[in-house]
Design a protein around this ligand. Structure first.
Ligand code: K7E
Ligand code: CUA
Length: 660
């Protein structure tokens, strides 16, 4: 036996007392330690302050939760703030083995997103949207778009799992979504690059006649937790390219604001000495902000004044104009973000090639529509509201403004891609009283690293922003981290915006090396109420109900009927029951497993070699995998989550007798 000198124990006990019991002395000691380490590591007082604001000791929870698009990962990332710890990913458009997504579960949902039956197993997620009640996040649902294939997904925030994927039948790419109306009546999805309906073929020379713009309003059924396709409709728009959208709120509830680029309708063709798209689409000094009265559109749709296109109801451009539900107004060239202020009174547009944030007044827009104050019509007869009559202010914020978010105190924040900075500026009107600075003024710019795309303020796009934190979702990280080969991570930088005026320091850098996120929303953690175990043993997460067919303890069995073998299996620490499953080559196997655990975090995996199967079974969950036992052999299946001390013993044999 190893002998430890008693002096060691005495010292250890003293150290313990020093740290815990003798408070005053411990503080003095530890502050010295802090200073010593700070000196060794070259940390400034500002660094130590940032550490104190963000360091989250084990067991302490984050105040806010970010739902970030995963970009090419086709997923959603869930991140805690202020710790900036990645909590998990949510598999959406892309198979993801840890969650079993596409490896035994989720196949039918992934298949909903196939385009004309053709597999599409990745997504380019851009804009998550939390469900809202009265314009505030309610923490119940999350929606996300896939830009590459114009799809929308529904995630249930009780279990953070994807429940539905919808393919837009009219268009091929989307960007102006997802955004929700203030009571999540609709999930908005604006098409991006115009294509003929359904992306059918038409020569590019027939662009103006055959190519279409559109915006789709997906009706959300809260009770069912699904988008109801049969109550959804679209509105045809001119064949511009449409960018980001936002829903009105407060006084502008009932309206959608949608940016456009390429109002030139350039068709590119650099190889034929035509101006490249890049130049062709930026010729005009202004593009058009689209103003859509969705409540009116809903009435028009319900009155049946629609065309059925690709089996989907569409309000034609002609009808939209005749019914007065579509207007446009000029906006600075190549706009990107459009963001509605908390009270719904101002609409902020940023033109990538214009150093201003351009602010429109909703009241003035309404007046211009009522008094038909038009400066003309576009090529498709859409009335153009006179720019000067709807403009409230233009604030010079810096180069490459993209997206704007809001604080609780009358501050607005705009990302500056070219400047690599986040601008803080003051809103005017009724917000003016909240801040010490004059209305409509740039207050401060904090440099970020580098090339910021979106920014996210805590609840910063709702009717009641929390402020406190801002995350700058930077596209380039360049020299911030250890270089991971030529492909570098993105950089999420946390800014403390709780101070006023010029005080808004960067306090944390979080690398993201699993896809390029775009937008993210930050919700107060206590608004979320996720399950930690499924409500009952035998729970079917897809339908969020008890599955009557779920295997339960004492009902484990294997049944054969003809060529079909049905397995009813349970999983509990640390065994599967049954452990032997013997079938014949060519049998159809229907394998049901229930995780009968009730302990939090007691997740079991279930993996079969050579069959491309892996499940994640959370406590209470039941799952069903179906496959043909086409490969004969002896296959040890096992639990692929390290669930217990005897986890490696949590196995069984799947034996497939060869055909002779
Ligand atoms: Cu600016 Cu797709 Cu919202 Cu990227 S988008 S940054
Ligand atoms: Cu169950 Cu490992």
């Amino acid at each position: 036996m190893l002998k430890i000198p008693s002096v060691f124990w005495k010292r250890a006990a003293l150290a313990c007392l020093g740290g815990v019991v003798i408070g005053g002395q411990a503080t003095a000691q530890s502050m010295n330690d802090v200073q010593k380490i700070a000196k060794e590591r070259g940390l400034s007082t500002a660094d130590l302050l940032a550490a104190a604001k963000t360091f989250t000791p084990s067991g302490m929870k984050d105040d806010y939760i970010i739902f970030s698009s995963g970009g090419h990962a086709g997923q959603v990332f869930v991140i805690g703030v202020p710790s900036m710890r990645l909590l998990r990913s949510i598999a959406v458009f892309t198979p993801e083995p840890w969650q079993g997504w596409g490896y035994g579960v989720g196949e039918e949902i992934l298949a909903e997103g196939f385009v004309n039956g053709k597999e599409n197993l990745w997504g380019d997620t851009h804009h998550p949207a939390l469900s809202e009640t009265n314009g505030d996040y309610d923490g119940q649902w999350l929606f996300i778009n896939d830009k590459i294939n114009a799809r929308v997904a529904v995630i249930d925030l009780r279990d953070f799992e994807t429940k539905q994927i919808l393919k837009n039948p009219l268009t091929v790419s989307d960007h102006g979504g997802t955004f929700v109306t203030p009571n999540t009546e609709y999930v908005i999805e604006g098409a991006q690059y115009s294509v003929p309906w359904g992306a059918d073929y038409a020569p590019i020379s027939e662009y103006k006649e055959k190519y279409k713009g559109s915006i789709t309003l997906w009706k959300f059924d809260r009770k069912k937790g699904r988008i109801d396709e049969s109550k959804s409709f679209a509105i045809e728009l001119p064949p511009y390219w449409h960018d980001i959208a936002d829903a009105g709120k407060g006084i502008s509830d009932g309206y959608i604001f949608l940016n456009s680029i390429n109002t030139e309708m350039a068709t590119g063709g650099i190889e034929n000495n035509n101006p490249p798209f890049e130049a062709g689409v930026s010729r005009n000094a202004t593009d058009y902000l689209h103003i859509i009265d969705w409540k009116k559109a809903e009435k028009v749709y319900k009155a049946g004044k629609v065309d059925q296109i690709k089996g989907f109801p569409v309000i034609s451009l002609e009808t939209a104009i005749a019914e007065g539900l579509l207007h446009v107004t000029p906006e600075p060239r190549s706009p990107h973000g459009v963001d509605v202020a908390p009270k719904g009174d101002f609409i902020v547009v940023s033109g990538k090639l214009d150093p201003h944030a351009t602010v429109y007044s909703f009241e003035k827009i309404m007046k211009a529509i009522e008094s038909k104050n038009f400066s003309g019509k576009d090529e498709f007869n859409v009335p153009i509201l006179d720019f000067d009559s709807v403009l409230e202010a233009q604030v010079e914020v810096g180069l490459g403004p993209l997206h704007t978010q809001f604080g609780p105190d009358g501050y607005a924040y705009t990302s500056l891609f070219l400047d690599s900075a986040v601008a803080r500026w003051t809103l005017g009107g009724s917000y003016g009283a909240g801040t010490p600075e004059p209305d409509w003024t740039l207050v401060h710019k904090t440099p970020v690293h580098y090339n910021v795309g979106h920014i996210g303020v805590a609840e910063g796009d709702t009717v009641s922003p929390d402020g406190k934190y801002l995350v700058s979702f930077n596209k380039w990280s360049v020299d911030r981290f250890f270089p991971t080969g030529p492909l570098l991570p993105q950089n999420f930088q946390l800014l403390d915006i709780s101070g006023q005026g010029t005080e808004m320091p960067v306090i944390y850098d979080m690398p993201i090396g699993i896809g390029e996120p775009h937008y993210a929303q930050m919700i107060k953690a206590d608004k979320l109420d996720p399950w930690t175990v499924y409500p009952e043993i035998g729970w079917d997460p897809l339908h969020q109900r008890l599955d009557p067919m779920a295997p339960r303890p004492k009902s484990e069995r294997i049944e054969r009927s003809g060529d079909t073998v049905e397995v009813f299996m349970t999983a509990v620490r640390s065994h599967f029951k049954p452990e032997h499953v013997v079938v014949k080559q060519g049998d159809r196997v229907v394998w049901r497993i229930t995780n009968v655990e009730r302990a939090v975090d007691a997740t079991h995996g279930f993996a079969i070699p050579q069959y491309n199967i892996n499940l994640s079974l959370e406590p209470g969950e039941t799952a069903k995998v179906e496959f043909i036992a086409d490969t004969p052999g002896s296959f040890p299946f096992y639990c692929s989550e390290f669930c217990s001390a005897l986890h490696l013993e949590m196995i069984g044999y799947f034996l497939v007798e060869p055909n002779e």
